[in-house]
Design a binder for this molecule. Sequence first.
Ligand code: SF4
Length: 146
Amino acid sequence: MGEIIEILEELDPFFFRIKFTVTGEERVVSVDPDKRALFHLHDDKTLPPMACPFLRQTSNKKYVCAVHTSRPELCCRYSCYRILVLDSQERTVGRVTDATRYFITGDADLRRLWNREIACVKILDEKCWEEHVEQTLIRSGYRVIR
Ligand code: SF4
């Protein structure tokens, strides 16, 4: 999601004008009042590579969205995701949840492809793994947003 959500302007320490690069949607988001301390006192090392700038890890190792209340529409529809998979008609057919490699799909063909060419491949580096996922799915005619 780090490539998907772009901060265009910091309006104040807790208000940001952002752009959702997939849809072009622009909006102002605000850090939820109960997450303000966490938002500014975080350690980048606790976040996965390419994480959304508003993702934070709590003291009990849970990932939370710091702007949950005002998050963009696409986040509301699909929750926080790491990779979104669209078919040739731009329908969402699968997603990897943020900060994990956990893949969700209701499409049997896509699940078979995932199990055959992605799930069984051992790639430790997260960025390389995402690139492998993207290339594999693109070769099979899917579009990948990450
Ligand atoms: S839901 Fe996830 S991707 Fe969306 S703003 Fe929050 S942390 Fe970022």
